[in-house]
Structures are given as structure tokens and as C-alpha cells.
Design a protein around this ligand. Structure first.
Ligand SMILES: [Zn+2]
Length: 442
């Protein structure tokens, strides 16, 4: 929830205790992020149930790093009188309700997965996180941060990481990671507007993520602003909100998994503009469009190279499919305003032809050859069949049979790559246009 940048600023500008606490948080966060990456890659999941019902379990770590800790409130139990426990319980329920009522989704995996949370994680831990299996909430240091259960959008945000894992599974790095963060802010903002009494329209909402997390010692209104990225806080100790609000201010960095919490400001503002442009409640149309884009099989195929403009294109596609040309133009215009102009029509023709695939397991076995016929509709056929996607010189092939996927670069009549499987053996491959000269089919 909190990018490393803020902890780093606190480590530099805070007093001795703040500094120690910030460094400890950085160490914990790195561990949690690594665990999430591993959980994503191995698709670890807790036991699922098929019928739709809320199944919440809130634990306490009693200020240790024990997970999940001691179970303190299960579904249907009365309030515990510990505000952190009860806020976590209510926030998990509100997020479940939005998913169920608006999207017809049965929990994070759409198969009734229980919602697990642990409060009082570590001592004065300034963060909340989704570790791939459950939610974790810190108490905050009390000096700069309040307890992290206090903001319902933070709970919605973290749980939405679980939805993403089960849908597109966008890798938590660079632009695909920023889209992952972005979708979590979209769900978080919608949960906040949905549980507000009365419910808030897009025009009435403040679009601040994490309002109430800062103590009065901090000069800021929350962690992020979807309406005006970069303006949520400007503080002597925490630094200034680093989010860009336009593609022209995109931040190139290796920190924060390649700026996942930073550049998410760009699509965040696009969602805000789309929700305002479409009018009414954000979940009525904008939310449904974004949810459909997140579930689009094409996004899953792109999961580790997905770019903002890919996601933009999918939202435009679903705006048209779900509603019509008026909604399509509102959504396209929203992306345009943040500097993203996706190609709405699929680029065709570059590959549509017969090609020869040369491939070798381990790059040491003799190369085998097979002819593939590429079609404009994104499929390829032949002895091996599957789907292809090509963009900015990157070519992705996924096969109908087996788990191997190939990623490489396409230049002219040759595409080459290291075979990028993800569950099987690695190898090398090359693709040459049939009849192209100068290529030895080794
Ligand atoms: Zn997040």
C-alpha cells in the first residue's frame, strides 16, 4: 500500500524512532513483496468453495510477525471490541458485497475463497499488504500513521490484488505492476463510494485513497489522489506525493518494483475521468468496463508485458461491447487526456502468413521444424496451434497444448527468442517467414 519511497523519506527525515521503524518496514515489505511474487508464480490458493457466501476470518498477530496468528473473529461472530479487528471484518465484508452485488463475483477467486486478514502485524508497522494468500494490517506508528484498517479503500485495494491474481495475474513489475496497483485503487475507491452513507456518485466522491491513514502531524489528505495524482501529500518527513498524472511525466525507476505505486497515477486519473464522463456511480458503468478488461483473456496472455495502452485498448473494447459508441468515446477520451492513445483496431498483417518455427529444448537438442500458419484473428494453426500477439516488436506465442510460451522479438522476416516457458523446460526458438532467404534452418 505504501511505496518504499515514503519509508525511505521517513528514514532520512524522521527522528530516531521513525527512522528505525521505517527501515524495519522496508525490510518487512521486501519480504512480503517477494512472497507475493512467489505466490503469484505458483498460483498458491486457499481451499475454495463453490457456493457464494461470505466467509471472513480475522486474526491477530499480537504485534509479532506470526501469520495468520490467532483467530479472533469468524463469520457471524459478534464485534470483538477491538476496533482493528472489527474494521478489518467490516472492510472485508464491504469488499465482498461490492464484488457480489455489482460484479456477481463469488469472493477473490470467484469460487468462494475465505477472506483472511491479520491485524496488529508487527510493532508500529506502517503498512497494509496482500501477501498472495491473506491481508496484513499494521497498527501504524501513531506519530505519522493511524492503524491501517481505518480506511476501507485500503482493504478493498489489498483484496483486489487477490482478484487480479486470479484473473489477468499481471506481474508486479513496471507497467504491468502499475496496472495491477491501478486496478486495486479502482476497486478500493469503488468500495469506499459504495459503503458511504449515502452512496457517492463519481462526481460527489473525493477520489482520495487512504484518507484517514495520516495523523494530523502529516501535511496530506491521503496516500494517493485518483483525481489529481501527485497532490495527496507534501510533507517534511514523508516527502511529496510522487505520482504523475500524465504519460509525459511517466517516472522511469527501478525502485518500487519499477514504480508500480508511482505510475499507477496515470491510469488512475483515466479511470476517474471515465467515471466522471460516464456519470452516476463509478461502479455502474466505468467499474464494469474496467472489471471486464481485467478479466479479458488477452490481458492474461500479456500478463508480464502488459502496457498501459493495452489495458486502455481493452477498456475501450469493453465499453463498446457492454454499452455502445457513446461510452466508447468517453473512455477513449479519458485515456487521451492522460496521454495514452491506444490503437483501437488490431494491427494485422505483419505476421499473417506461413512461417517456419525452429525450436530446440534446452538450446542443445537438435532443432525441430514445423510450419505455422498465422491468422489475422490472433490464432495460428499447423501441427502446433495456439494464439499470437505482437506489439512494439515483441512477439508472444502461447500454445493450445502444453504450458510453453514463447516471447521474443520480431524484426522483418525473422523472430527470435529464448523460449520463455514458465512451467516446463527452457529452450531456444526462431521463426522465419516461409521462403525468406538468408536463414539457415538449424
Ligand atoms: Zn497495492
Amino acid at each position: 500500500m505504501i511505496p518504499p519511497y515514503v519509508h525511505e523519506q521517513m528514514a532520512v527525515h524522521g527522528d530516531e524512532e521513525t527512522r528505525r521503524n521505517a527501515l524495519a518496514a522496508l525490510a518487512v515489505d521486501t519480504t512480503v513483496r517477494a512472497e507475493r511474487l512467489i505466490a503469484d508464480l505458483t498460483a498458491r490458493s486457499v481451499a475454495a468453495q463453490a457456493t457464494a457466501h461470505r466467509e471472513r476470518r480475522v486474526h491477530t498477530a499480537d504485534n509479532t510477525a506470526e501469520l495468520p496468528g490467532t483467530l479472533v473473529r469468524s463469520e457471524g461472530d459478534p464485534p470483538s471490541e477491538d476496533p482493528a479487528v472489527d474494521e478489518a471484518y467490516d472492510g472485508l465484508g464491504s469488499t465482498f458485497d461490492l464484488m457480489q452485488d455489482v460484479f456477481g463475483r463469488n469472493s477473490l477467486d470467484d469460487a468462494g475463497m475465505p477472506l483472511l486478514g491479520t491485524v496488529h502485524y508487527q510493532k508500529k508497522y506502517n503498512n497494509a499488504a496482500w501477501d498472495g494468500v491473506q491481508m496484513i494490517f499494521g497498527d501504524g506508528d501513531g506519530q505519522y500513521f493511524n492503524r491501517f484498517t481505518a480506511a476501507v479503500d485500503v482493504i478493498g485495494h489489498e483484496l483486489a490484488h487477490g482478484i487480479t491474481t486470479h484473473e489477468s495475474d499481471l506481474l508486479y513489475l513496471y507497467q504491468s505492476g502499475a496496472l495491477n496497483e491501478h486496478f486495486s485503487d479502482v476497486i478500493g475507491a469503488m468500495v469506499k463510494q459504495y459503503v458511504a452513507v449515502p452512496r457517492q456518485t463519481a462526481a460527489d466522491a473525493d477520489w482520495i485513497i487512504g484518507a484517514g491513514l495520516f495523523t494530523s502531524a502529516v501535511n496530506g489528505v491521503g496516500l494517493r489522489s485518483m483525481k489529481a495524482p501527485g497532490t495527496a501529500f507534501d510533507d517534511d518527513v514523508l516527502g511529496k506525493d510522487p505520482q504523475p498524472n500524465h504519460m509525459s511525466r511517466f517516472v522511469h525507476t527501478l525502485d518500487d518494483n519499477g514504480g508500480v505505486h508511482i505510475n499507477s497515477g496515470i491510469p488512475n486519473r483515466a479511470f476517474y475521468l471515465a467515471a466522471i464522463g460516464l456519470g452516476g456511480f463509478s461502479w455502474d458503468r466505468a467499474g464494469r468496463i474496467w472489471y471486464a478488461a481485467m478479466r479479458d483473456p488477452e490481458l492474461r496472455r500479456l500478463r508480464w508485458i502488459a502496457q498501459f495502452k493495452d489495458f486502455a485498448r481493452l477498456t475501450i473494447k469493453h465499453a463498446t461491447a457492454l454499452y455502445g459508441p457513446a461510452e466508447q468515446s468517453v473512455v477513449a477520451d479519458a485515456w487521451q487526456q492522460v496521454g495514452i492513445t491506444p490503437e483501437v483496431t488490431r494491427p494485422v498483417g505483419a505476421l499473417a502468413d506461413a512461417w517456419m518455427l525452429h525450436y530446440s529444448w534446452g538450446c542443445t537438442d537438435p532443432y525441430a521444424q514445423t510450419t505455422l500458419m498465422f491468422h489475422d484473428d490472433g490464432s495460428f494453426t499447423g501441427e502446433l496451434s495456439g494464439r499470437w500477439h505482437q506489439q512494439d516488436g515483441t512477439l508472444l506465442l502461447s500454445f493450445d497444448a502444453g504450458s510453453a510460451r514463447y516471447a521474443g522479438t520480431l524484426a522483418g522476416d525473422v523472430a527470435t527468442g529464448v523460449m520463455s516457458t514458465f512451467d516446463g523446460a527452457d529452450g531456444c526458438w526462431r521463426l522465419t517467414r516461409k521462403g525468406a532467404t538468408g536463414i539457415v534452418g538449424n
